[in-house]
Design a protein around this ligand. Structure first.
Ligand SMILES: Cc1cc2nc3c(=O)[nH]c(=O)nc-3n(C[C@H](O)[C@H](O)[C@H](O)COP(=O)(O)OP(=O)(O)OC[C@H]3O[C@@H](n4cnc5c(N)ncnc54)[C@H](O)[C@@H]3O)c2cc1C
Length: 524
């Protein structure tokens, strides 16, 4: 990618160095540039996007990580802030069916995005009254409205966050938040029917948590998919990273690809050290007034600040789950599948029990996402690009991934052939797989530089999780800020985008920048 050289006049602007061009690093670069800073981004990989990267296998293209897009308005917001029309650079559409669910007993359910249509389908297939489903979704939405603005959109480490009418109102409604029940207990209470409980429990995995431990407050996640909606971007998920990179470039952000940062340079200034620049892997030193890390926060402390004090308790928090992913080029079409498909395990509790024990169960829930369903260019005609993912524990030294992969691959193929009704066929799924690549938690750690291969930073398995996530600024080093899935408010694309917004807010309140208007970008 080209490296735009900032012009001389940018020397008078506050200089900010950002480590990492993941979605949050890109959003931070855009926001800080618009706030009036000279911004340079250092990225170890050769492209922007981080986990939103692309994998090409022969004639098949895959998004490496995220497959489900929710809350695209946070992406639009960045184009609007820059005075651009989002649809000129990034287009997406809403899915009518958010997911096609299948169980081993033959039950099939298409989850429509529209809450009423979804509830009616649940009543028809599972016999649970539609009103009960709608009430459960409405309760999730209520939890989101009671807590979302405080817990997801603001810093939890700024006193002003807590002195608001919203917090006062939430305190009067604490009993509605289900803080003393697990997510699974809430679903048993509100829905009862086992298939439906399993379907709703799965929302815990949207931030890498365990429904048997995560607090009932997380039932708000169902609202994101069924209330706010699920979307597919034109050009596939990697198009998100490309679009934001394009916007950042147009604004004059400077990018350095294949440039790994080796150290955050600090200088003692007053009581605490201050971040004053970056040392790159080739030993070059770049001076900055402020530094933002979009790199996994554990590695930021461990590798880039080895001698600085670190928030040990926060960094030792339990990680979110990881994944075992099979990227399969499949040379035929399976019309019975949709964009997002779930094949449930028969014993969900045993599946999460295995994850807690650091291994995989014999019958995992299998997620199959096929982006060629909405993006023709991702696979040859009549073929499909299957992203097949099962939840996996974060990496530990005892795991033997080659043995686990061999065993699980066989079980996954058998399960899919059985549940798709292709068992025993000569030309089933097995024969149709013509391209293959496998990522396990150790590959994910190496490829995306995420500690232990966790997909979403730390887990939300306890009530204190939100408070114990790393803040968006450093308590130990002045001038050092954080954004991305491993810090507040957590992992997943929407929250990463919010982390960049919160971080910019925290930084500019503490150390104001001269606001930059989009029209004046030429003087950078
Ligand atoms: C398999 C998988 C499936 C997922 N599914 C979904 C989904 O369906 N929906 C959803 O919303 N979210 C999903 N997520 C989560 C989502 O992808 C992440 O939360 C989000 O992309 C993380 O973005 P980030 O900004 O934190 O940074 P990352 O994408 O982690 O990027 C960080 C960047 O920093 C760079 N870097 C690291 N160290 C250095 C260094 N020393 N010097 C220079 N650069 C460095 C890395 O190369 C990387 O590009 C999934 C994640 C994975 C892995």
């Amino acid at each position: 990618m080209p490296e735009p050289v900032p012009s001389a006049s940018s020397e008078s602007l506050p200089r900010i160095g950002i480590i990492g061009a993941g979605i949050a690093g890109l959003a931070a670069a855009i926001r800080l540039r618009l706030e009036g800073a000279h911004v340079e981004v250092f990225e170890a990989a050769d492209t922007a996007g981080g986990k939103l990267g692309e994998l090409v296998l022969g004639e098949y293209r895959f998004g490496i990580g995220p497959s489900l897009l929710t809350m695209p308005e946070y992406i639009d917001e960045l184009f609007e802030l820059a005075g651009e029309v989002p649809g000129d650079h990034f287009r997406y559409r809403r899915l009518d069916t958010v997911c096609r669910y299948a169980w081993e007993d033959g039950t099939r359910l298409d989850a429509r995005a529209n809450p009423k249509a979804f509830a009616e389908e649940v009543e028809r297939v599972l016999g649970v009254p539609a009103q009960r489903v709608l009430k459960t979704l409405a309760h999730g939405e209520e939890k989101y409205h009671l807590t979302g603005r405080t817990f997801l959109e603001k810093s939890l480490h700024t006193p002003g966050t807590w002195l608001t009418p919203e917090v006062g109102h939430a305190l009067t409604r604490l009993h509605r938040l289900d803080l003393t029940r697990t997510l699974h207990q809430v679903h048993e209470r509100d829905l009862g029917e086992p298939h439906l409980v399993q379907l709703f429990d799965r929302f815990a995995t949207y931030n890498g948590s365990n429904p048997y431990r995560a607090p009932g407050l997380l039932s708000m996640i169902a609202h994101f998919e069924h209330g706010a909606g699920a979307f597919v971007p034109e050009g596939g998920m990697p198009a998100i990273g490309r679009a934001l990179y394009g916007l950042a470039e147009r604004l004059g952000v400077a990018f350095h690809f294949e440039t790994r940062v080796a150290e955050i340079l600090t200088q003692k200034q007053g009581r605490r050290p201050r971040a004053v620049g970056l040392r790159l892997e080739d030993d070059r030193q770049m001076l900055f007034d402020r530094v933002v890390s979009n790199m996994d926060v554990f590695f930021t402390h461990e590798r880039l600040l080895p001698d600085a004090p670190a928030p040990r308790r926060v960094l030792a928090r339990e990680k979110s789950t990881s994944a075992l992913i099979f990227y399969w080029g499949v040379n035929k079409s399976f019309p019975e599948l949709d964009v997002h498909n779930i094949f449930f395990s028969e014993d969900y509790a045993a599946e999460f029990g295995a994850l807690e024990a650091g291994t995989l169960c014999d019958d995992p829930t299998v997620y199959v996402s096929i982006s060629s369903r909405y993006d023709d260019s991702a696979a040859p005609a009549g073929s499909e690009n299957w992203f097949v993912m099962i939840n996996a524990p974060f990496a530990t030294p005892e795991q033997d991934w080659s043995a686990l992969i061999e065993r699980t691959r066989e079980r996954v193929i058998q399960k899919l052939e059985r549940m798709l009704g292709h068992e025993g066929e000569k030309a089933g799924l097995r024969e149709a797989i013509v391209e293959e690549c496998v990522f396990d938690p150790t590959t994910i750690e190496a490829r995306t530089l995420s500690h232990l291969g966790a997909l979403y930073g730390t887990s939300s398995n306890d009530r204190m999780a939100a408070f114990m996530r790393h803040p968006n600024d450093s308590r130990h080093v002045d001038g050092l800020y954080f954004c991305g899935g491993s810090v507040h408010p957590g992992g997943g694309l929407p929250l990463c985008l919010l982390s960049a917004r919160i971080m910019t807010d925290v930084m500019t309140r503490r150390e104001p920048l001269a606001r930059h208007t989009p029209d004046s970008k030429d003087d950078v």
